[in-house]
Design a protein around this ligand. Structure first.
Ligand SMILES: Nc1nc2c(ncn2[C@@H]2O[C@H](COP(=O)(O)OP(=O)(O)OP(=O)(O)O)[C@@H](O)[C@H]2O)c(=O)[nH]1
Length: 235
């Protein structure tokens, strides 16, 4: 396989109460569009986008999960294999803010500790805010997570959220002992040598796809022997 065919794939799940803007965020990021209509997500949905981070091609697979509890049994199966998580709440929905810790736990119960970020969406509606900025910052501090305020509508800070999660993951990856012949697990993801990607298809949709194993291809530049991340296990 040629070096330019290599890529890193990262699975990110976006969770949070209903109507906080999860689907809108993923659509904005992957398709560059925003719609005012609210269409409740049933179960899970999936979009992807390729970006470049620190000269590495990264394929971000963004999993949109339903916010309603009735779908919990379905959605939690899709958390598996995630290396990143967006915990989203809405500026105008107090309950969604108070549910953040519960969402964190739901994801961690399935995948263990992974990189997470708290996102306060709909910041364009700040005049109607029901969550004080100090409260949100205090929660992020308590949970020791990076905190972003976004407006999917105004396209504010959305790219930054996903870039941050990608960079965090690459940081971990750079500490992995690399050996072209072996497989390594990172968090729940797997590095393997048979990644097949369609680089032309930058935004594909795959409803109900149980893509639980994430294929990662290390970049040659990282060298042969680097430090092992504490999250990595040799298979
Ligand atoms: N004003 C404003 N509205 C937004 C923003 N983001 C999303 N919305 C609107 O909020 C509503 C809900 O957005 P969705 O993206 O469907 O919410 P969701 O979190 O995916 O909802 P579930 O599928 O029920 O879990 C829609 O009407 C969006 O247009 C934002 O940044 N500002």
């Amino acid at each position: 396989m040629r070096e330019e065919d290599m890529e890193i794939a990262i699975k990110v799940v976006v969770v949070g109460n209903g109507a906080v803007g999860k689907s809108s965020m993923i659509q904005r990021y992957c398709k560059g569009i925003f719609t005012k209509d609210y269409k409740k997500t049933i179960g899970v949905d999936f979009l992807e986008r390729q970006i470049e981070v620190n000269n590495e091609d990264v394929r971000l697979m963004l999993w949109d999960t339903a916010g309603q509890e009735e779908f919990d049994a379905i959605t939690k199966a899709y958390y598996r294999g995630a290396q990143g998580c967006v915990l989203a709440f809405s500026t105008i929905d107090r309950d969604s803010f108070e549910a953040i810790e519960t969402w964190k736990k739901k994801v961690e119960d399935e995948v263990g500790p992974i990189n997470m970020v708290i996102v306060q969406n709909k910041i364009d509606l700040i005049d109607e805010a029901v969550v004080h900025s100090d409260e949100a910052e205090a929660l992020a501090k308590k949970l020791r997570l990076r905190f972003y305020r976004t407006s999917v509508k105004e396209n504010l800070n959305v790219d930054e959220v996903f870039r941050y999660l990608s960079e965090k993951y690459l940081e971990e990856l750079s500490m992995v002992v690399e050996d072209d012949t072996q497989m390594l697990t990172i968090g729940q993801g797997v590095i393997q040598n048979d990644v097949k990607s369609n680089s032309k298809d930058k935004s594909s949709k795959n409803k109900n796809d149980k893509n639980e194993t994430i294929s990662l291809k290390p970049h040659k530049k990282r060298g042969k022997k680097l430090l092992m991340s504490s999250k990595c296990d040799l298979l």
